[in-house]
Design a protein around this ligand. Structure first.
Ligand code: GRF
Length: 196
């Protein structure tokens, strides 16, 4: 619950889908814990077990679900039912390395967002930092966007850019972009939820 104009208001339930270390998940959880936060991370779903992100969720007593559901209709149905039962209003993909089915995307139209480590529409897909180095780009950054059936092509919610230094390599860029992802993703979530 949070206070709005002196009244207690229930926080909006969101789910975060992950496949790895979950550093964005952690930044989202931290933002959600602020008293005035609009949202609560009610569910963390991973398609893999034994990943660091799940340990983060457990540390913060958040319900977890391990399911590689994207290629199985029956598993997908189960996940959809859980999202509905838990009254999840927004699904945030944070390093989730699976492609959602058209059915899933249609069902949650306008309710799934993703963070991508490039300045979209530049460099959709994988290996974004390598492409930045190869093309000697002056700027790179991250983008939070709505998820649609076309990969990394949905409406942009928020973008943050950083300058590429002469001495940068793939690893140093990845580190600096990840750092700004951690500020940008929670802001984008608030922006989306404010329009609900
Ligand atoms: C981030 O760079 C994100 O943009 C990309 O995958 C990475 C996930 O990192 N989609 P983490 O698991 O949040 O640390």
């Amino acid at each position: 619950m949070k206070k709005l104009n002196g009244n207690l208001v229930r926080k909006i339930n969101i789910a975060v889908f992950i496949s790895g270390k979950g550093s964005n998940l952690l930044s989202i959880i931290k933002k959600s814990l602020a008293k005035e936060s609009l949202f609560k991370v009610s569910l963390v779903l991973s398609n893999k077990k034994n990943i660091k992100g799940l340990l983060i969720a457990k540390k913060y007593n958040i319900k977890t679900l391990v399911s590689d559901f994207t290629k199985s209709n029956s598993k997908e149905r189960k996940v959809i039912n859980i999202l509905k039962k838990d009254q999840i209003k927004l699904v945030c993909l944070a390093g989730f390395m699976k492609i959602l089915s058209n059915n899933f995307i249609t069902l949650f139209k306008g309710k799934i967002i993703n963070i991508h480590p490039s300045l979209l529409p530049k460099y959709k897909g994988l290996n974004t930092h390598e492409k930045v180095i190869k093309n000697k780009d002056t700027y790179t950054g991250c983008t939070v966007h709505f998820v649609t059936k076309k990969l990394d092509s949905g409406k942009i919610i928020l973008k943050k850019k950083i300058r590429v230094k002469k001495c940068d390599n793939k690893v140093s860029i990845q580190k600096r972009v990840l750092k700004i992802e951690h500020e940008t993703y929670p802001k984008a979530i608030v922006k989306v939820l404010s329009n609900f």
